[in-house]
Design a protein around this ligand. Structure first.
Ligand code: UD1
Length: 315
């Protein structure tokens, strides 16, 4: 298949590109390199016959229209975004441009070209602070950040588009839980806890645990997320309809548990330092993976132990 990926040079985009190339597809990657890096695509760029990378800003009018007119993709995987929750609070206008306007451009370019499939990077942030676990897709949607609000609006923009409503385009909104793995920028203060911890351990520094470490998250390997994206874009399942689905493992891991796993790989590391819990921090987050399994046949394969060991050895 011919697949256009926005945000291809990012953490999830680069793994998704590699996955699709490995499956034999042809990929056009688009990135503005605001938070993505060309080096993330070194492996993909070696597949020059089936991979092309274009530097462009999909939030700019006309960019996706002309790329779609030239490449004629059968599917678009829309991953380009402002990825930092904190930045979405500090700069709501930029959040709107990168997380909503860009999605509108995806919907209109796809409609003009008759693209049959759109996969959208949504987030568990659409749920906000849900207490009833595991969280399934019917849980209340009460995002607590402009980032989460924009992800929820983007889902509606795509799902309510005339092409999706008519069934001409299948839109799959994938609500990722806590994604981790190689290429998640560890230098960024907004990075997920696993890559922050990895950065500390690799430098011989003690990680800081905010709170008592009993908080839990549904950590999912970026390799599983890339596979879920590829599946949603290419699946030939009859009856696959537009919709939303959690992309998660359904398994909770506490921070103390993650530190225990790290200490197996770094036996001489200093013990973690404890600091007061962050304000606004949620204590537990756990997704229900049943719908992705039923609708896409997707099931996470990487355990946190195995994915962490791979991350550490590859570092
Ligand atoms: C994610 C977002 C966060 C957002 C929240 C709600 C990311 C990286 N974080 O947070 O911005 O507000 O969803 O939508 O996308 N922790 C430590 N030590 C560290 C770093 C983190 O103890 O050095 C703790 C945090 O306080 C938290 C847990 O680890 O309890 C997980 O943190 P994080 O990886 O930021 O993910 P979320 O809390 O899910």
């Amino acid at each position: 298949m011919k697949i256009l990926i926005t945000g291809a040079a990012g953490f999830i985009g680069s793994h998704t590109s590699e996955r699709l190339l490995a499956e034999g597809h042809e990929v056009l990657g688009v990135d503005n390199f605001r938070t993505g890096h060309r080096r993330n695509l070194d492996a993909a760029l070696r597949q020059a016959l089936r991979f092309e990378l274009v530097e462009a800003d999909v939030a700019e009018s006309g960019v996706l229209d002309s790329l779609c007119a030239r490449f004629r993709p059968e599917a678009i995987i829309h991953l380009a975004a402002l990825v930092s929750v904190q930045e979405s609070i500090a700069n709501p206008a930029l959040n709107h441009r990168l997380n909503i306007t860009a999605t509108e451009h995806v919907a209109s370019a796809a409609a003009k070209q008759g693209v049959r499939r759109i996969v959208f990077a949504s987030s568990a942030a659409v749920y906000g602070d849900v207490r009833a676990l595991p969280i399934d897709e019917a849980a209340p949607k009460q995002p607590i950040s402009p980032y989460g609000e924009a992800k929820l609006s983007s889902e509606s923009i795509l799902l309510d588009s005339p092409a999706a409503v008519a069934g001409d385009c299948v839109v799959r909104c994938q609500r990722y839980f806590n994604v981790f793995g190689p290429r998640q920028d560890p230098a960024s203060p907004y990075s997920g806890v696993i890559s922050v911890f990895q950065n500390c351990y690799a430098a011989g520094r003690a990680p800081t645990i905010y709170g008592d470490g009993q908080q839990t998250r549904d950590f999912i390997s970026v390799y599983d997320v890339a596979r879920a994206n590829a599946l949603a874009a290419t699946s030939a399942r009859t009856g696959l309809a537009s919709g939303v689905a959690n992309i998660c493992t359904g398994r909770a891991t506490s921070l103390l548990e993650s530190v225990r796993i790290f200490s197996v790989e770094y036996p001489d590391a200093p013990p973690p330092v404890f600091a007061p819990a962050r304000s606004g921090d949620i204590v537990h987050s756990l997704g229900d993976p049943a719908r992705a399994r039923a609708e896409l046949g997707f099931e996470a394969e990487w355990t946190v132990e195995r994915a962490l060991a791979e991350l550490i050895r590859g570092a």
